[in-house]
Design a protein around this ligand. Structure first.
Ligand code: GLN
Length: 485
């Protein structure tokens, strides 16, 4: 049995019984990276030596009596979370040589629990994209079919988990970037409630939407990682100061008494019929496990993509103003004066999708257009949030597909931004509303590509989301399938 293919909880049990060591697990993961990453291309930076010394430290700490569910477990980090002393590029040329002087809070928490970092994983530049093709360095491939995208923007995280190049990973989700790649790669991905996990040290894309969360091989591992990374952080003013439950207590196998809502706006024309079928079957499984299934309506869903692309680009244009070649990151050579240095650094440092968004957002925020675009977008956002508030008066959970299709071919949508933006049609509203959402495997297409089921909950009710997800997972076997690379 290959250690790299196991889950956190399986490895934790083996470690606790003395059946393996963190060094053995870490070596297994590093060897797996050596064996398959030429094909998958999940990693931007592999920190092998540091990982092995962290592993030895974890083995020593365990002998000295330290215990934690992730002690000695290799967890990869998306390359938009700061890691002190380790390059953090955001998959952008403009941060290509950026070595942060501090750790993101999630990294501090993982390190404090004794996990091991095998390296930093690929993404769409500044997390803008749905395919990981927008990385300034290289595209990541889907381990189920190397000619297809792994989803994005946390495509490196999802592909690395699916391919066994780490045991679990952290990703970030602004409009679907944890859930959609999880669906494409057949793994579990949770976007927690806005405010649940500190974003201190996460490179900002759209600050009113960004959230960090885990990508794992099963729901139990998601709960385990959530227990480590969640909680109030005075360094992030949007981090909620509310009690943190033990998320593993939600892992209950039946869903008796739970009401699941099915929004008609999420089963639309143009959707892959195989996705539709798998998701509907998943809902039947939940019903069989004791849930009551009812129809709900989220009437403003049709405005979500447009609203998101106004708000997210506006916030991005403001957040990305700081990359000017002065304090850190890339600086263009041969500039005539300061303004020329700004302009050259930004035009050479940012890729085409990032530039498109800076331009869109700058336009939406500019004097004379602000009321027509940004302010209107905020108003529609409130309507979208209100849709969910109304639905959650009747139901505990909402079930939808994660994405309208399974993973598409590399290059298929890269010349048509609108088609690419539509990949997020089912995930974006969740960020606009700030609620938690999980994607977990619920089937395969006839072409053997994973399909994702999305389950949504009320604000700060990750517990119900994990509960429904776990019950479904335990009644099915999709999460046990691994790609052959
Ligand atoms: N795909 C969406 C976008 O391009 C969402 C990205 C994300 O969640 N970071 O903006």
């Amino acid at each position: 049995m290959d250690l790299f293919s196991l889950t956190i909880h399986e490895l934790r049990d083996m470690l606790e019984k003395g059946e393996t060591t963190s060094r053995a697990i870490t070596e297994s993961v590093l060897n797996r990276i050596k064996a398959v990453d030429d094909k998958v291309k999940a990693y931007i930076t592999v920190t092998g030596d540091a990982a092995l010394s962290q592993a030895d430290g974890a083995d020593k700490a365990r002998k000295a009596g330290k215990a934690s569910a992730v002690l000695g477990i290799p967890i990869a980090i998306k390359d938009n979370m700061c890691t002190a002393g380790t390059r953090t590029t955001c998959a952008s040329k403009i941060l290509g040589n950026f070595i942060p002087p501090y750790d993101a809070t999630v990294v501090t928490r993982l390190n404090g629990s004794g996990s091991v970092m095998p390296g930093k994983v690929n993404m769409d530049e500044f997390a803008m994209g749905s395919s990981t093709e927008n990385s300034a360095f290289f595209a990541t491939k889907n381990p189920w079919d190397l000619e297809r995208i792994p989803g994005g923007s946390s495509g490196g995280s999802a592909a690395a988990v699916a391919a066994g190049e780490c045991i679990a990973a952290l990703g970030s989700d602004t409009g679907g970037s944890i859930r959609q790649p999880a669906a494409c790669c057949g793994v579990v991905g949770l976007k927690p409630t806005y405010g649940r996990v500190s974003r201190y040290g996460l490179v900002a894309f759209a600050s009113s939407l960004d959230q960090i969360g885990p990508l794992t091989k099963d729901v139990t591992d998601t709960a385990i990682v959530m227990n480590i990374i969640t909680g109030h952080d005075p360094k992030d003013s949007t981090s909620a100061d509310i009690p943190v439950p033990d998320f593993t207590m939600s892992l209950v196998k039946d869903v008796k008494g739970m009401t699941v809502g099915i929004p008609k706006e999420y089963f639309i024309e143009g959707m892959d019929p195989e996705v539709d079928k798998s998701v509907r079957e998943a809902v039947k499984t939940l019903e069989r496990l004791g849930a009551k299934v009812v129809d709900v309506s989220l009437p403003h869903t049709g405005y979500a993509v447009a609203t998101y692309y106004i708000l997210a680009t506006s916030e991005a244009s403001s957040n990305l103003a700081r990359y000017d070649g002065v304090k850190y990151g890339f600086r263009a050579q041969g500039a005539k004066d300061l303004l020329d240095m700004y302009m050259k650094s930004r035009s050479q440092g940012f890729g085409p999708e990032v530039k498109r968004r800076i331009m869109l957002g700058t336009y939406a925020l500019s004097a004379g257009y602000y009321d027509a675009y940004y302010k209107k977008g905020q108003q529609v956002r409130t309507l979208i949030k209100h849709d969910f508030d109304e639905a959650f008066k009747k139901v505990d959970i909402i079930a939808t597909p994660t994405a309208p299709t399974a993973a598409f071919k590399i290059g298929e949508k890269s010349s048509d931004p609108l088609q690419m933006y539509l990949s997020d049609i089912f995930t974006i509203s969740v960020n606009l509303a700030g609620i938690p959402g999980i994607s977990l495997p619920c089937g395969f297409t006839t072409g053997n590509l994973p399909i994702g089921l999305q389950l949504l909950g009320r604000h700060f009710d990750e517990g119900s989301v994990l509960h429904a997800a776990y019950a479904y997972e335990q009644a099915t076997e999709w999460h046990l399938k691994r790609p052959k690379i």
